[in-house]
Design a protein around this ligand. Structure first.
Ligand SMILES: NC(=O)c1ccc[n+]([C@@H]2O[C@H](COP(=O)([O-])OP(=O)(O)OC[C@H]3O[C@@H](n4cnc5c(N)ncnc54)[C@H](OP(=O)(O)O)[C@@H]3O)[C@@H](O)[C@H]2O)c1
Length: 304
């Protein structure tokens, strides 16, 4: 494969699609590793992998500028024991498969950018969480711990490695915003639970620029919170969303209603009831400039 190409594992989803656009615009050739490859007309190669074993796909890593790994079962599902097993396994196994693939590649990628989540910190109330805050103890924190251990223990002595603990990503084409917008348009966009849980949101356009910075800035390595500058409480988030969608008032959703709604939507209530007030300390220190610093602008851009 010719020079300046990038491989995105799990690149067929919400964040992956946005990253494909970002790196095509930056003149990269892009290879997506996916379990179900499709023909594309944008020049992107989709290569088949199973997210567990080294295969033919490993040849695309040869000489790549970067490997980005986003693969993992979506957390928006009931957190039953079976689903939790798959949530962890799909993340840890994909990391192991990529690490094992480097052993059969002549020129490994220069940098490995790995997704994690601010769920690493747990349900932390109003505590400000920069990258130095220790691992939490709830279910998502445990999943993130295993995910990060797999990445940090991969034997890649010469490779630059970056871990992005991603927050609540706001975009038109995936993640939670389209669902929340739909509910809010139906006058059901009230605050959730006591409304005091923090939402560390980030606009998808800023997130893709963070990934690009991670790939292109040779000085960056280690763990970074990939969140916006100003986390807000759930009650403020929902108020701004109602404002953006011209729905002046909605009744608050008590915990029992969130649990019932989650059940009806095959989701997990803790995703809405727990929170984390995270800050992008290391990205700010590295000089990252946010395009969307405040929530009303981000929502106006995405919902207006
Ligand atoms: N969106 C957010 O707000 C957010 C926040 C924090 C962290 N993250 C993390 O960022 C990553 C990407 O998020 P996203 O929102 O783009 O998720 P997504 O839309 O669900 O995409 C994830 C991709 O992972 C692959 N995948 C799913 N199940 C898999 C399995 N069992 N084994 C191997 N691959 C599997 C899928 O690709 P194929 O079906 O094509 O194989 C899918 O396109 C995830 O790891 C997620 O946990 C996201």
């Amino acid at each position: 494969m010719s020079s300046k190409h990038i491989v995105i594992a799990g690149g067929s989803g919400f964040i992956g699609n946005a990253l494909v656009g970002e790196f095509l615009a930056r003149d990269f050739k892009v290879v997506v590793l996916t379990r179900i490859p499709r023909e594309r007309i944008d020049g992107v190669i989709e290569a088949k992998w199973d997210g567990r074993h080294v295969g033919e796909w490993a040849r695309f890593l040869n000489g790549a500028e970067a490997i980005i790994n986003l693969a993992g079962k979506n957390i928006n599902c009931p957190h039953t024991p079976e689903n939790l097993h798959e949530l962890t396994g799909s993340r840890v196994n994909s990391v192991h498969a990529i690490a094992a693939a480097f052993e059969v590649v002549k020129i490994p990628p220069r940098v490995w950018v790995q997704a994690s989540a601010i769920g690493f910190y747990g349900n932390t109330g109003s505590q400000l969480c920069d990258e130095s805050v220790p691992n939490g103890s709830d279910t998502l924190a445990e999943i993130c711990r295993e995910w990060e251990i797999a990445f940090n223990s991969a034997n890649t002595p010469t490779m630059r490695k970056i871990l992005l603990r991603i927050g609540f990503v706001l975009g038109r084409d995936g993640g939670a915003l389209p669902v929340l917008s739909k509910i809010t348009r139906c006058f059901l966009g009230g605050s959730v639970g006591n409304g005091r849980q923090y939402i560390s949101w980030i606009h998808i356009a800023d997130l893709t620029r963070m990934f690009a910075m991670a790939v292109e800035n040779e000085n960056l390595r280690g763990t970074f919170n990939a969140v916006g500058q100003y986390a807000v409480m759930n009650l403020e988030f929902m108020r701004e969303l109602r404002h953006a969608l011209h729905r002046p008032w909605s009744p608050p959703a008590p915990v029992w209603a969130v649990k019932l709604g989650s059940r009806l939507m095959s989701s997990e209530p803790s995703l809405a009831l727990a929170g984390c007030r995270s800050i992008p300390k290391r990205f700010l220190e590295a000089g990252f400039n946010f395009q969307f610093s405040n929530l009303p602008d981000a929502l106006e851009n995405l919902c207006g």
